[in-house]
Design a protein around this ligand. Sequence first.
Ligand code: F6R
Length: 244
Amino acid sequence: MVIIKAKDYEDMSKRAAALLAEQIAQKPDSVLGLATGSTPVGAYRELAEKFRRKELSFSKVKTVNLDEYVGLLPEHEQSYRYFMQKHLFGLVDIKPENTHIPDGMAKNIRHACREYDALIDSLGGIDLQLLGIGHNGHIGFNEPAKVFEKETHVVELKESTIAANARFFSSPGAVPRRAVTMGILSIMRAKRILLLASGADKAEIVKEAFFGPITPAVPASVLQLHPAATVIADGEALKECKTL
Ligand code: F6R
């Protein structure tokens, strides 16, 4: 695992966008695994800017998002489909049919989960998976647990995750209780992983996840086993990692 210390959020976002752009330059039909949340917004802004400057095209890129809330329509402002449209897809030349997000509205959600893994396989797997990290160490919506859940599945969100995400909703009661997420194996199968972390509130978990034991109690810790994982984190997020 390579850990890169960025100066601040802007620097982290620029470095992340450079790495993603390089991936697309090397393989224009790359399959990108994408994340939502506040952390990657700056990287998406940089990518959209590179597209605007004609330095980058997404015309052959395919994307698979990590997760989606159960029960939110794609048009709902807090759905992850809406987020992706707003922060990236709507700003670049990606083909809508090449963008994939788990279907939180599926009638048979377990079947939809199996189909999502089959879809990732049919695309040839993920070339580069972008991740954020939750305060409890979750990646995607893989919450702390006794075992690593392997495949795409439905999760009951932890109260801490609901509380953290309540800032995007009118009230904590409006936050969906369930979500669909890629599993740990679905994530670990990606050829490369790029995890971003920013801010002092992530400092404790960054230290625990990347310098502590590998355990499903801290799902992101499994990334220590990935052969090509990079973490780009700003000074604040790395402040508890004294050796960096
Ligand atoms: C989002 C996702 C989550 C977030 C994590 C951090 O698709 O999978 O794991 O990456 O909750 O969220 P932020 O970036 O808002 O701190």
